[in-house]
Unconditional design. Structure first.
Lengths: 522, 212
């Protein structure tokens, strides 16, 4: 009896699935027709004759030339008609693909400083110009070529420091992630408003994240394997000083804010290198800008889900092309979001963040549809986003562990879990914020602290569609820490623990012998 | 009556035209082939000075040369430059097996001095030629740098396309290469077998941009 019911249910489910598939198919077909129509419309509105000086030069000057000029990071210059014409078809192709100019957040999900993306109209203008054989037009209609300062973009820095020794980047091989320590020798606590970077080998430095280290860890690790720098980085977003990626311009934090930099700290450059085909030597110089006085507001950060998704049950089956985790944070007081960035590794596909306001209204905050591990950037909101107390900030991170994901580090795909190596996974959207009223700062800070420690189920988040709010597989925190025991000697030393977990280290290392092992299980 | 005659006559005329145009079309096709063939034989004599000063005839096959590989490039195509070590490796591996590699610059603004400097910087261990008039480009029907073109002594092109699948798209580099298209093609050619995948899409810089 129950067998037949099951069978009937099954057929109903199948029928429903077929119907819904049909409807979905219909919907996408309609959408496509709509898209095609709008595209036609766009083309109709384009000028009859597209010329370089009148239509193309303004786009190039605004969105390309800052990088595409001599001694900058881009491979060739785009400064005049001849140079642009010489790359015309390539420019048309890469702008249509939205590979250039590099800009990843999706329009309509946050409004950010330095948005380099082209509008659909601009892309079509370029396309039409190239297709009509790239006429030069009237030079009198040309906009003025922008001037670029040879000096630091943000003006006279407060401090300029360089790596002591160059690091050699091989000609060919996998991308390199390496950390370098630069002593700063600052005698009192400071607040960093901006860092501007000047690589010596611009063609290989793809992005750089800045941190400070105030316990000498980086100095101890530096040069351990015989070459400059060190490869393992203890993650600690609380020690972040921002970051830079190719094509990015440096910006001061808004509202007089600054990243705290305790006295005596070293600067850490966490640099991503793209080998270029020839051996390069990189000796980075950075300019640091300090706030004139202690910021009136405390700059803080929270992640959704918390702690790069360590509590969210990241365990992505081989071949799975849509694995999702989610997590949220409820702001206890009126809060202003200042900036946002995202983190995931090679399997990360997309991330989507939104705020649910106390009335239930949803507000998009940030979205990346085509996550690329190579482009890790901070995005500053043009205007800080005010979230009233009780607003829930949520994110969904999507992973693709199928063979079709060209970034998949494994062939054939393998199950991938949370971990520190770039071939492991992580995932969170990271927000920089302040309390709208500084009087509420403590309350916000405490909420963030407890969120970060995984004390709330919304913060821990979980796998979407799993029905569970949190995955506890692996025996809780100790189990998770034990996974860090890469050499499988049954104990974990401080060196093996990422910065964000050091506070747990002391809690778990009950007998205070500096290692976590079975003895500490008592 | 008269009208019917006119119509019939018109129809006949139309048929004649149709037949003759088809005929002309056929003739044209064979004429094109003839021109192509003529160009091929003439191009066999194409002579270049390589950056080391040696005289190279890329379409002349000396005894023992079973295939030639042309890699089209520019000095500033980042994708092509990134492949430099792999190109040098392949040139070395296949040299002893009767395959000679050439790197061919397609940017007319690249002169011998620039090409020489570039070859030194990227340690290119193969003959480097300049093709400012895109004669070898036209022969090879190459479209993108770094496109690899395999030519056999009968002037056929059994493979044209990417070196391997390192790039999935612009800016999308695979963590590891999973298909080595050029090597597969060369292995087939050396065995006298047909190349399984004879045309592949290349990610890189568009050669037509450099046409003067």
């Amino acid at each position: 009896m129950s067998e037949t019911i099951k069978k009937q249910l099954k057929s109903i489910v199948v029928a429903l699935a077929v119907v819904s598939y049909f409807f979905c198919g219909q919907a996408t077909a309609d959408e496509k027709a709509k898209e095609a129509k709008t595209e036609e419309k766009k083309i109709e509105n384009l000028p009859e004759k597209v010329t370089y000086h009148e239509h193309i030069a303004p786009i190039i000057y605004k969105s390309c030339t800052s990088c595409h000029r001599p001694n900058q990071v881009a491979p060739f210059s785009l400064r005049n008609f001849e140079e642009v014409k010489k790359r015309g078809r390539l420019i048309r192709r890469v702008t249509k693909k939205k590979f250039m100019p590099p800009w990843h957040p999706v329009k309509g999900h946050g409004d950010f400083v330095g948005d380099r993306s082209l509008t659909d109209r601009q892309i079509e203008l370029i396309s039409k110009w190239v297709k009509s054989d790239m006429p030069e037009g009237d030079p009198k209609k040309a906009p003025k070529m922008p001037t670029f300062t040879a000096d630091w973009y943000l003006g006279k820095p407060d401090l300029v420091v360089s790596m002591e020794k160059p690091y050699e980047v091989y000609a060919s091989g996998p991308d390199i992630y390496r950390n370098f320590v630069i002593p700063l020798d600052i005698k009192e606590d400071r607040w960093v408003t901006a860092i501007e970077i000047r690589p010596s080998a611009r063609s290989v430095v793809h992005h750089c994240l800045f941190y400070y280290d105030d316990d000498g860890y980086a100095r101890r690790m530096d040069g351990r394997n015989g070459t400059v720098g060190f490869s393992r980085m203890r993650l600690s977003s609380s020690k972040s000083l921002g970051g830079w990626a190719v094509g990015g311009m440096p910006y001061h934090l808004p509202m007089g804010l600054g990243y705290p930099l305790p006295k005596g700290s070293d600067l850490i450059l966490s640099t991503h290198f793209h080998p270029s085909g020839k051996v390069e030597k990189e000796k980075t110089t950075v300019a640091i800008y300090f706030a004139k006085e202690k910021p009136k507001q405390r700059f803080m950060g929270f992640q959704t889900p918390a702690q790069y998704g360590v509590f969210s049950g990241i365990s992505i089956p081989a071949g799975e092309n849509k694995f999702q985790i989610q997590g949220s944070f409820t702001v206890p007081v009126d809060t202003k979001l200042v900036l946002v960035s995202a983190h995931a590794h090679y399997l990360g596909k997309s991330m989507d963040s939104w705020a649910t306001l106390p009335g239930g209204k949803k507000m998009p905050l940030f979205r990346i549809d085509n996550w690329d591990f190579n482009w890790q950037s901070d995005y500053n909101y043009k205007k800080p986003v005010l979230l009233p107390a009780g607003t829930v900030v949520s994110s969904i991170i999507t992973y693709d562990n199928s063979k079709e994901n060209p970034s998949n580090p494994y062939d054939p795909p393998r199950r991938v879990r949370w971990g520190l190596q770039s071939t492991d996974e992580m995932g969170s959207v990271i927000f920089g914020c302040v309390a709208a009223d500084e009087k509420d700062m403590n309350e916000l800070r405490d909420a963030i602290r407890s969120h970060r420690r995984g004390r709330t189920s919304e913060g821990r988040g979980g796998v979407v569609g799993n029905g569970k709010s949190s995955s506890r597989s692996g025996g809780g925190l100790l189990g998770r820490l034990k996974r860090l025991d890469k050499n499988k000697d049954g104990k974990i030393t401080r060196d093996e623990v990422p910065g964000a977990f050091l506070k747990y280290f002391d809690r778990l290392d009950k007998n205070k012998d500096g290692v976590i092992n079975e003895e500490d299980r008592r | 009556m008269l009208r019917l005659d006119l119509i019939a006559g018109g129809f006949y005329l139309f048929l004649c035209l149709l037949v003759s145009s088809c005929h002309r079309h056929e003739e044209l096709a064979s004429y094109e082939e003839y021109v192509e063939e003529k160009q091929r034989t003439e191009k066999s004599a194409l002579t270049y000075t390589a950056i080391d000063g040696s005289v190279v005839q890329p379409l002349v096959f000396k005894k023992g040369v079973k295939a030639k590989v042309f890699i089209f490039s520019t000095v500033d195509c980042p994708v092509a430059n990134g492949y430099s070590p792999e190109i040098s490796r392949l040139a070395k591996v296949y040299k002893d097996r009767g395959v000679s590699f050439h790197l061919i610059h397609v940017d007319p603004d690249t002169d011998l001095a620039k090409a020489k400097k570039h070859a030194q910087e990227y340690s290119l261990a193969l003959p480097v030629l300049l093709d400012p008039k895109h004669e070898l480009v036209a022969f090879s029907k190459a479209e993108i740098t770094p496109e690899a073109v395999v030519v056999t002594p009968d002037k056929k092109i059994p493979y044209r396309g990417r070196i391997d699948n390192l790039y999935a798209d612009y800016g999308k580099k695979r963590r590891q290469v999973t298909v080595k298209d050029l090597e597969l093609a060369l292995e087939a050619v050396l065995k006298g077998e047909p190349v399984a995948v004879s045309r592949t899409e290349v990610i890189g810089c568009i050669i037509a941009d450099f046409k003067k």
